[in-house]
Design a protein around this ligand. Structure first.
Ligand code: CDP
Ligand code: CDP
Length: 229
């Protein structure tokens, strides 16, 4: 079977990365969490007090950042590394979530990460999730999914996820962050969050994770057969 590219975009916390990860595992594809790349850059900016409105400082920072994904045999998934350090948990914390949409709106940051993302998906056989994957990174992706869910459901899911990682955050704070990011991500000038014309829209309100995974796998199989003909 010829390999395809699966692009999963959508709003925050509706199940993109959990679905993408599992779909990639079952297909034997590579999973790339593009949001983790923006989060890793944001963590670097926070740690090094980079001024986001100083283009020279931003460029210097981008030149000093090395992001990689390293497979962890114990958990069966890849984890995000920033300049050789495992930052998988830290990049999910609220202080990073509160800054990431500002940093990901910077043109130089996007240009650099989009170039890396295209390189990672060049050989196909990849599932990538984010905000601009189907619209900008891989406009020719064979399968594009756009996920959404209601705010209260998304906030509860994110709260549970954070709690499992040891961070207790109240629901209004999470909702505010999700709303703000949805707005900033949709309104930014470069590569905003949009629904690609040819995307399949998937509302995850009443689906379990397993149902989501099976639905995407079914669509992927159809696309693979089409692609092979
Ligand atoms: O998991 P969650 O939906 O909360 O966010 P994420 O996928 O980790 O992405 C974090 C942030 O990175 C988003 O709110 C966007 O600001 C940015 N992002 C982006 O601009 N473009 C992408 N392709 C992926 C993420
Ligand atoms: O990547 P994105 O921010 O869109 O969401 P995620 O990190 O994949 O999912 C957020 C949380 O919701 C995770 O803990 C998922 O396991 C959970 N989830 C769920 O409980 N039920 C679903 N149908 C989908 C996701």
């Amino acid at each position: 079977m010829k390999k395809i590219v699966i692009a999963i975009d959508g709003l925050s916390a509706c199940g993109k990365s959990s679905t993408a990860k599992e779909v990639a595992n079952r297909l034997g594809y590579k999973y790339i969490d593009s949001g983790a790349m923006y989060r890793a850059v944001t963590l670097y900016f926070l740690k090094h007090y980079i001024n986001p409105v100083n283009p020279k400082e931003v460029q210097r920072a981008m030149d000093s950042i090395d992001i990689s994904f390293v497979f962890n045999e114990k958990i069966g998934f890849s984890e995000t590394y920033l300049n050789g350090l495992n930052v998988e948990n830290e990049i999910r914390q609220m202080h990073v979530s509160q800054k990431v949409s500002e940093i990901s709106a910077i043109g130089e940051v996007r240009k650099d990460l989009v170039r890396q993302q295209r390189k990672l998906g060049k050989k196909k056989g990849v599932v990538m999730d984010g905000r601009d994957i189907g619209s900008n990174v891989f406009p020719d992706a064979e399968l594009k999914i756009f996920m959404n869910a209601d705010m209260d459901i998304r906030a509860e899911r994110r709260q549970k996820e954070l709690l499992e990682k040891g961070e207790l955050v109240d629901l209004p704070t999470i909702e505010e962050n999700l709303k703000q990011r949805d707005k900033m991500d949709s309104e930014r000038k470069e590569n905003p969050l949009i629904v690609p014309e040819d995307a399949v829209i998937l509302s995850t309100n009443f689906l379990t994770l397993e149902e989501q995974v099976e639905y995407v796998l079914q669509l992927a199989t159809e696309k693979m057969i089409e692609h092979n003909e």
